[in-house]
Design a protein around this ligand. Structure first.
Ligand SMILES: [Zn+2]
Length: 433
């Protein structure tokens, strides 16, 4: 029998207890003395969390294996404490058919260091003209439940309405990248004082908020589920709070970077001004937006943290600001950033972190076997985390194939010491197994 004994872990930050795992399932939790096991892990000082679940990961395979692959992306995920990621559809070819989502799903089965749940495109080729094969993707081996044209917005209101209606048949959800593209033509940085001083074309908050308001109304009108990707503005939070107060089935995510960084980074940062490492879609916003996003995650208006892990090769990022690709990697630093922004500030305790980074994203994605409480009988998806560790972020030590982390040169707290996927260690002593 395959047994693992985790000794003295603070479950959700509470009192230390031992966790006995047998054949991939949590068999017992409590004071288990000197019970014998095939592998014993000393978890003194470590917090045990349910394995993290990401609703928003760009694994780049197929098509951009120079940026990331299913293997390297899931290695980064495991290092970050994740046991499941949702792989976004903007690959090449686009994941808009049963064939492509099954290909990604199989790559996950074969090479994944965590579970890979493919996201299906809403429209064919992400072109925003015709609905993709939503039903066929839902019925495929990949059993897709989350549909998104992420990277692009489903701009056409009638198509968005049809997608929302369609996914009801299989309890799916449309995850919208909210961006009114006419308002962001040529946009480079949050529209505000910093973009004005730097002479970069501004990206107004209203470009995000107008789409979110429209989509909340559409979701309510057809009685469907809407998920809002990477909320970045205080105004968006207000709209989502309003939609939830109406009882509409609207959920939302925030990225770690929007919880910690602001547009001022484009002007002043440890690695100098105009560094496109900080160029991201939606853009970094203001201190006030960060304050409101943190409060919204704390009070549950924003349901979860999602990384929007967006790897890019060096040549696409190390160029002038206006030519650089948008996006940042985030899987390996997400929990540290959440500790810094939310736990150290007293806004979330560890039980709430587990809720926002595991339980709720699993529920929104309708992902079975993940996001469950750590208790006897549950699948052993477990993350062991050392919150007392502090270190400078070192991009060269990361597992991702890309290096575009915005935290280079920053000191962040915490370190994932071990990750278990159904009882199988994917990370031990901070290293990939
Ligand atoms: Zn997006």
């Amino acid at each position: 029998m395959n047994t693992i004994l985790i000794k003295g872990a603070a479950i959700l930050g509470g009192a230390p207890a031992d966790i006995l795992v047998k054949d991939g399932v949590i068999a017992e939790i409590g004071d288990l003395g000197a019970a014998s096991a095939g592998l014993t892990v000393d978890a003194d000082g470590l917090i045990a969390l349910p394995g993290l679940v990401d609703l928003h990961t760009h694994l780049r395979e197929p098509g951009r294996e120079d940026a990331e692959t299913v293997e390297t992306g899931t290695q980064a995920a495991a290092r970050g404490g994740y046991t499941a990621v949702h792989a976004m559809a903007n690959t090449s070819p686009v994941a808009d058919t049963a064939g492509v989502v099954e290909q990604v799903w199989r790559l996950g089965q074969e090479y994944g260091h965590c579970d890979v749940q493919p996201v299906g495109a809403v429209t064919s080729g992400l072109e925003g003209r015709h609905l993709a094969e939503l039903g066929a993707m839902a019925d495929s081996a990949a059993r897709v439940r989350v549909f998104s044209d992420d990277g692009k917005c489903v701009s056409d209101a009638l198509l968005m309405r049809r997608a929302l209606e369609y996914v009801k048949a299989f309890d799916g959800v449309v995850a919208q990248h909210a961006q009114e593209s006419r308002l962001t033509e040529g946009a480079q940085l949050n529209e505000g004082e910093v973009s004005g001083r730097l002479g970069l074309t501004g990206w107004p908050a209203v470009a995000e908020e107008a789409i979110i308001a429209r989509d909340c109304l559409l979701a309510a009108h057809v009685g469907s589920r809407l998920h809002v990707c990477h909320v970045s503005t205080a105004g968006s939070v207000e709209i989502i709070r309003w939609a939830k107060s109406k009882g509409w089935d609207v959920t939302a995510e925030v990225t770690p970077h929007h919880l910690l960084l602001t547009d001022s980074r484009a002007e002043r940062s440890p690695i100098g001004p105009y560094n496109p490492i900080y160029k991201v879609n939606p853009p970094l916003r203001t201190d006030e937006d960060v304050r409101v996003l943190r409060e919204a995650l704390a009070d549950g208006t924003i349901d979860c943290v999602a990384t929007d892990h967006a790897p890019h090769p060096v040549e696409d990022k190390e160029t002038e600001w206006s030519a650089a690709a948008m996006g940042m990697i985030g899987l390996e630093t997400a929990l540290s950033v959440v500790q810094e922004a939310m736990v150290e500030t007293g806004l979330l305790d560890w039980a709430a972190v587990a809720d926002r980074m595991s339980a709720r994203p699993a529920r929104i994605g309708r992902l079975p076997g993940h996001g469950l409480p750590l208790e006897a009988g549950a699948l052993a998806n477990i993350t062991l985390y050392d919150p007392s560790f502090r270190a400078l972020v070192d991009p060269s030590a990361m597992a991702s194939r890309s290096r575009n982390t915005p935290y280079e040169g920053m000191e962040l707290p915490g370190r994932v010491v071990a990750t278990f996927l159904r009882g199988r260690p994917t990370v031990l002593e901070g290293k990939l197994v």
